[in-house]
Design a protein around this ligand. Sequence first.
Ligand code: M6R
Length: 616
Amino acid sequence: MCGIVGYIGRERAGSIMLDGLKRLEYRGYDSSGMVVNAGKGLELIKRTGRVKELEDALDELQLGGNLGISHTRWATHGDVTEANAHPHQSTDGKIYLVHNGVIENYIGMKNFLIEKGYSFKSETDSEALCNLIAYHYGKEEETTAKNRFLEAVRKSLRHVEGTYGIAVICDDYPDELIGARKGSPLIIGIGKGENILASDVNAITHCTQNVVYLNDNEVVHLTNNDFSISTVSSKSVEAVIHQVDWDTSEAELGDYDHYMLKEIHEQPNALKNGMRGRFSDDKSTAVFGGLNLNPQELRQIDRILFIACGTAWHACLIAEYLIERFARIPVEVEYASEFRYRNAPLDKNTLVIAISQSGETIDTLGALREAKRKGYRTLSINNSVGSTIARECDGGIYQHAGPEIGVASTKAFTSQLLICGMLALYLGRLRDLSYGDGVDIVKAFKELPELVQEALKQTAQIEAIAKKYAKYEDCLFLGRQLMFPIALEGALKLKEISYIHAEGYPAAEMKHGPIALISEDCPSVFLATSGEIFHKSLANVQEVKARKGKVICIATADCEIPDGLVDDIILVPECHEIVKPILMSIPVQLLSYYVALERECDVDKPRNLAKSVTVE
Ligand code: M6R
């Protein structure tokens, strides 16, 4: 949540930061702003609305300057107003700050500062930290000029409870930029004669591929030719520079109207990349390089706990079905935000696996840290190389799905399902899954990208169905077994981008309550696949039809659906059970996309949401 870009170097800070903000806009998009050292002093500019509003204002101003900080906001404290937009400026006008996170003790801080004569223009927690830095800066007069600004930042941060990723500049130090993090991501891009601070790698790859990942409680001091890292308590830290292997064109929209549509269509490739080099035909199993657990250790695991949020949590539910079915290991799934504060008793042979596309979701990170604190082995499945979750786990599996920009997760979800399926295969083959079953599963995975391509050919038909149903304000998604999590995901997808009220249920649960919602005005999307319970699903469809409910049925091609039973049918290719959740997700995603389009919603930037949720 919230995107930060800071720049110091030889280029025009304004345009580099603007470029970075556009790439970070998916982190928050209710207002934006920047402050630039434009020769005659620091120039502050803020706008409500999308980054485009800021861009238009900057076009008029034509600001020069080689130092600046900027921000795109997802509101936590205070309305969407220019006053609440970042950067914030201290009462004395010297300090400017952008912040991502939540300062939990800001009220006490604010009261203290008001007593000291500071005034506040915004309702934000961030302005309190800005003024606290100004306060310490004022008190540091005795300190040598060289360290005064840096020392004031470090001293202030020692008083902060909560989370922050910040970038700070000071009017008296036109050649210095300071950043710090605790709980909210911040990276440093190391260039030639220029350095950049940003919330994620996406914002800097147009300038440099050399990255330092700042850790919690670290502060970085940047000039255009140098940088040094220390802890908040002033101990120096040795920096490790990583090379990011990132093709910037992957994050471009290209010929697509929306990132969501682009990412839906990228799924065959994303899946291929997730599988590349990860199968042993010889042993009919999957192979993972970074688990840091040997087969012996994995055989001793007698329970797996998955933690995640949102769409990634739905991927965990699929993992539960697949790992229990193919590897026979008991699995539990917890919302990360609940697990973190629940103090659940776990066995010492429990393996904790966090799933997160961004690798920065604060609830997932917090739950993971709690599991680590209690001594459990931890793994992660995530899509962002070098993210905090990836770095803090004992081992993990990267999804390699490529950057996902659309707020609604699509290719990251199916690539999580792929990794979970491959993990089920790997763990199964370490235990009781036979060679022959392994061969069938490996074959099913290898055929999958083709089948997904096939499923994508239904686009025009799904668009036509979406047009018919876009007028409804309520919708149910129903499925059994492996299709239940896909029903949950379908409902989440529809509600987040089209603002239609949607609920996902196990199809048989419907008659225990939700059936009361069924009417001509509340359609149901049934997810049915072939297999032993297919006929039970059909019985549930009959129950809806008997109550005049309209039914869209998404099914695998080998399902025999009686003529006239449902209102609309979307078929995906027949396939092995382990890949069914992936194939069935494709029409679900397309349906949501086209319904949202029909309702003229902002598909890639739905209201109130942000891509990477870094506040609790
Ligand atoms: O980056 P993460 O996978 O940790 O994100 C978790 C959720 O915030 C995310 O999946 C969210 O639910 C999606 N935007 C939904 O499409």
